[in-house]
Design a protein around this ligand. Structure first.
Ligand SMILES: Cc1ncc(COP(=O)(O)O)c(C=O)c1O
Length: 441
């Protein structure tokens, strides 16, 4: 049982953290950890940035809360303007909420109301992909294709169709890079026709699949084809950039790597750098102009003045310190260093873009056979990393929702090259220790 009154989501005994600075976290007893995953990939600007805490303090002293149906503050206007400044041309209408699940659900409801106002009232279904994650509230979980996170709640979920993921290391169509004909993208066309285009409002996808697959980018050409298919059937395309947005992949948005523009972007996590809860659904001109009436949706803490002050200050910091470009440049170095880990017998695949990586573990490199799930290989890696002073983000069910192990490695974008060397050295040591423990050769 828990040793406190907190109904926690994770370990029964939680470590008491004292303070954070840059890429480092320190517990009460003075132990130092490298935050190698920026929390769950949200503390993109690093810990202890005083510009953000000062902006929050200033806004709190002015006014902490006003209801967004009547009032707006400078901080909300400022944050929206900064987001629009980073968004593609034609995507500049920012609906604020408090996190990733709210952002994807807001986008889904925005798509529904858009079609209602167009007089296409049967369009309500969102098509998503297996092995994806769009959030844990029931609407967002209905879109999510993360089998482990869905399993207990399936009877409560909406009936949304899912298509195969874009997962080149384990192609669901048995193809290789040489024989690939983007079957996984074409599956969207088949699914829209099977569902009936008149019932489909949107398709949602993560440009680089985060927690569920462990940082898996889609194949070149994938999102261009997705865009084409959506346009053919007049279906909106929602990019879930909750994890990939605002520089994590080395460009403003993950989708920029495919030169593709969505109709709605859902973003959160790095938007306020983990300093306060903040998310947003960013609508294109087309979607926004389709609204001749207010969006019939909102939350008490939507457009929160203080959260938006944190968001604006975070984005200022990102721009001032060139963190997006830095993610691209240091990302190349990071991936080059990480590739040395391929010498480990348990490392099956290393992937990602920018300072955003995933490592998938296998029992057999040739056959890609995963470790038995009861070995909890990813957990062992995380525990050894933890004992060696490095925090990484674990994932399981990589292969099929049940089997397979991966970790995500995504330190704050402010990381220096010498610190990247340290992260990779600690990974090398920790993976080696797990292999020794299990006799993996
Ligand atoms: C791609 C993606 N979408 C949505 C979410 C849900 O965000 P939140 O946990 O802030 O509700 C997450 C969280 O990990 C995510 O990675």
């Amino acid at each position: 049982m828990s040793d406190s009154h907190v109904f926690s989501r994770g370990a029964v005994h939680l470590h008491k953290m004292d303070r954070g600075e840059g890429i480092y976290l320190y517990t009460k007893d003075g132990t130092r950890y490298i935050d190698g995953s920026s929390g769950p990939i949200c503390v993109n600007i690093g810990h202890g940035v005083k510009e953000v805490t000062e902006a929050v303090h200033k806004q709190m002293k002015q006014v902490s809360y006003v209801h967004s149906s009547h009032f707006i503050t400078e901080s909300v206007l400022d944050c929206a303007e900064k987001i629009a400044g980073l968004a593609p041309e034609g995507l500049g209408h920012v609906f604020f909420c408090s996190g990733g699940s709210e952002a994807t659900e807001s986008a889904a409801k925005m798509a529904r109301q858009y079609y209602l106002l167009k007089g296409e009232s049967t369009r309500s279904k969102i098509i998503a992909r297996w092995q994806s994650y769009h959030g844990n509230t029931l609407g967002a979980l209905s879109m999510s294709g993360n089998i482990a996170r869905r399993r207990r709640y399936v009877p409560m979920l909406l009936d949304f169709p899912h298509i195969p993921p874009a997962y080149c290391y384990r192609c669901w169509f048995g193809k290789t890079c040489d024989t690939c004909d983007l079957e996984c993208a074409k599956a969207l066309d088949t699914q829209i026709k099977a569902t009936g285009p008149e019932y489909v409002s949107a398709f949602i996808a993560e440009p680089v699949v985060g927690a569920t697959l462990g940082t898996v980018p889609a194949a070149p050409g994938y999102f261009q084809l997705i865009r084409e298919i959506c346009d053919t059937h007049d279906v909106l395309f929602i990019a879930d950039e909750v994890m990939t947005g605002l520089g994590r992949t080395g460009k403003n948005w993950g989708l920029d790597h495919w030169d593709t523009e969505p109709d709605i972007i859902a973003t959160a996590k790095g938007l306020a750098g983990g300093y306060l809860p903040l998310g947003a659904a960013i609508a294109s001109d087309k979607v926004y102009e389709g609204f001749g009436e207010p969006f019939a949706h909102g939350h008490t803490y939507g457009s929160h003045p203080v959260a938006c002050a944190a968001g604006a200050a975070t984005l200022d910091y990102v721009i001032k310190h060139g963190l997006i470009e830095r993610s691209a440049v240091n990302g190349e170095y990071f991936h080059k260093k990480l590739s040395d880990l391929n010498d480990h017998p348990s490392v099956g695949d290393i992937r990602g873009m920018g300072v955003f990586a995933g490592i998938e573990f296998v029992e057999n490199k040739e056959t890609k056979k995963p470790f038995p799930s009861d070995l909890r290989f990813n957990r062992r890696v995380v525990d050894h990393c933890f004992n060696n002073g490095l925090l990484v983000y674990p994932g399981s069910g990589t292969v099929d929702g049940v089997n397979g192990d991966h970790i995500q490695v995504a330190p704050p974008l402010v990381i220096e090259r010498s610190e990247i060397d340290e992260v990779v050295a600690l990974l090398d040591k920790s993976i080696g220790e797990v292999e020794k423990e299990l006799g993996v050769k």
